[in-house]
Design a protein around this ligand. Structure first.
Ligand code: ADP
Ligand code: MG
Length: 529
């Protein structure tokens, strides 16, 4: 078989037909309902205790940190109350050895240190004022709360949340493995390390990145409609959506505001269909799962998100390289190569190691429309040590990569469609002119060419959505989602700390700001509803 025929045959194994998409949507909805009724299901459907989404008028200065799967971001956010914000941030890559550290303390000490560095660099004045206030404080009624900054902690791993700033780690995902942390309250772990450094920071809210994305998008999206879904397509994938309280049948332990009739639910959809009743399962999906630290779980995520797409592709490539009947990345001599030298793969190429192929190169492949695929061939050299790949090699690489990327987007459409259908908004005549707003975040959806277009293509083929429905679904990037979202939830938390209703809280905040020098939040921080 020629390389071209071989790669086309492989690409075809990643087809996910309209019929399959439709069956998966039905199954997704079934698993959603099941997760709302009891614990221990595939879709965890975790209640977040967040009972409303913002409308853009919220104000204040907050801090936020985000432990994704790849990076740790620290930021401060000024919410201006007019759907805009100012954000300052730093970002560091999480050292691999900390992802599998012996103790949780090692990881969280590193995180606290980054917060300290950020404060020194960007909020030196605040930092100093705080220290000075602490030294001069005399009256017992004076400045009691030494925690100047309320911090929203975006922690993008499955957590059993028991309060707005309290939650225990259920399991690690995305290559993290620190057994010591499982079952512990991650906010307390972070607060302990912050306190050791004497930082003026209080971990006020525990935020899943999906919830942050939902809140951030709702704050900044145009129009009066609230956002219904926040979804991540980055290292991992997950979504949080606004559910009717009446559909939430399993018991809730913590306190929450019942007046809105709604609660944000963190689906943990990365574990959708772990039983593989509707998910596709090629030989390479099987191999990836087997070699992963968590076989049998996060099965949907393993077919959709950034951490895994490159690995699926790598496994396909390794198989092709081993096949004596296929000439892939190996020509006999330079005369058969249009780039005039002989193809070779560096012996230390990361293509030979697990996770050695970054999904980012699949974006390069998808975007390269030059006749010679010269950009892609350049990247193969630079990133993977594959020298002088022939045009046919690069075409095969691209065809297979595109098929994997397309399957990912079509699977992404399954989750989005199921949740849109669950909200009932498409069928509700009262909403007929309103867009159904969805906020997304993550490098995959942001940078993979045509990812959203491929999602829409699948949405149009879904029963109950179709051409017309797809037109009403508005999928927008939640800019700086995790930071702004965490700030918004820290704002909600600041109110809940005082055990007041939202209305009381606002009044209290304003009168406090006038009557004394309480600096729980700055004076101009009167949140509005
Ligand atoms: P996090 O999940 O830590 O919040 P990101 O949203 O940036 O971080 O996602 C990182 C993941 O996205 C990695 O798995 C990486 O391989 C993948 N990625 C990064 N850049 C791109 C790109 N240009 N195209 C596709 N995937 C990308
Ligand atoms: Mg992220």
């Amino acid at each position: 078989m020629t390389l071209e025929a071989q790669s086309a045959a492989i690409a075809a194994q990643f087809d996910y037909t309209d019929d399959q998409v439709n069956s998966a949507v039905n199954e997704f909805r079934r698993q959603m309902t099941e997760g709302l009724e009891k614990d221990g299901t595939s879709l965890s459907q975790i209640p977040t205790y967040v009972t409303g989404v913002p409308n853009g008028t919220e104000k204040g200065l907050y801090m936020a940190v985000d432990l994704g799967g790849t990076n740790f971001r620290v930021c401060s956010i000024q919410l201006n109350g007019d759907t805009t914000f100012n954000l300052t941030f730093t970002k560091v890559a999480i050292p691999r050895k900390l992802m599998v550290a012996k103790t949780a303390q090692e990881l969280f000490a590193f995180l606290a240190k980054q917060i300290e560095l950020f404060l020194q660099k960007h909020h030196e004045d605040h930092f100093e004022q705080h220290v000075r206030r602490r030294m001069t404080m005399s009256s017992p009624d004076g400045y009691k709360d030494e925690h100047v900054f309320r911090l929203g902690f975006t922690f993008s791993f499955p957590v059993q949340q028991v309060g707005i700033n309290k939650g225990t780690l259920i399991r690690w995902t995305k290559g993290f493995d620190i057994p010591d942390a499982v079952g512990k309250d991650v906010c307390a772990l972070l607060q302990d390390e912050i306190d050791k450094l004497h930082l003026p920071v209080k971990v006020a809210a525990l935020v899943n990145d999906t919830v942050g994305t939902l809140m951030a998008r709702s704050y900044s999206s145009p129009g009066k409609t609230g956002t219904v879904l926040g979804a991540i397509f980055g290292t991992g994938t997950n979504g949080a959506y606004v559910e009717k309280l009446s559909n939430l049948k399993k018991p809730l332990s913590g306190e929450y505001d019942k007046t809105t009739g709604e609660m944000v639910i963190n689906t943990e959809w990365g574990s959708f269909d772990n039983q593989l009743s509707v998910l596709p399962n090629t030989a390479w999906d099987v191999a990836l799962d087997k070699a992963s630290p968590n076989p049998g779980i996060q099965m949907y995520e393993k077919r959709v998100s950034g951490m895994f797409l490159g690995e699926i592709l790598r496994l396909v490539i390794i198989d092709l390289l081993k096949d004596p009947k296929v000439s892939f990345f190996k020509d006999e001599n330079s005369s058969s190569n249009d780039w005039k030298s002989t193809t070779n793969i560096a012996s230390d190429s990361s293509i030979y190691t697990q996770w050695g192929l970054d999904t980012a190169i699949m974006s390069v492949a998808a975007a390269d429309n030059t006749p010679e695929l010269s950009t892609l061939r350049g990247e193969l050299e630079k990133q993977l040590g594959i020298y002088s790949a022939g045009l046919d090699d690069a075409q095969a690489f691209k065809a297979i990569a595109n098929a994997i990327g397309r399957r990912s987007a079509r699977l992404s459409a399954v989750a989005i469609a199921a949740i849109v259908l669950q909200t009932g908004k498409l069928a509700d005549p009262a909403n007929a002119d309103e867009p159904i707003d969805i906020g997304v975040d993550g490098s995959l959806v942001e940078h993979y060419p045509y990812f959203r277009d491929m999602i829409y293509e699948a949405l149009r083929a879904i029963d109950g959505i179709g051409e017309e429905g797809a037109k009403r679904i508005r999928i927008g990037i939640a800019k700086d989602g995790s930071g702004v979202g965490a700030a918004l939830i820290a704002l909600v938390a600041a109110g809940m700390e005082k055990r007041l209703t939202t209305a009381d809280y606002l009044g209290e905040l304003r009168s406090n700001a006038k009557s004394n020098n309480l600096t729980v939040v700055p004076e101009d921080d009167a949140a509005q509803d």
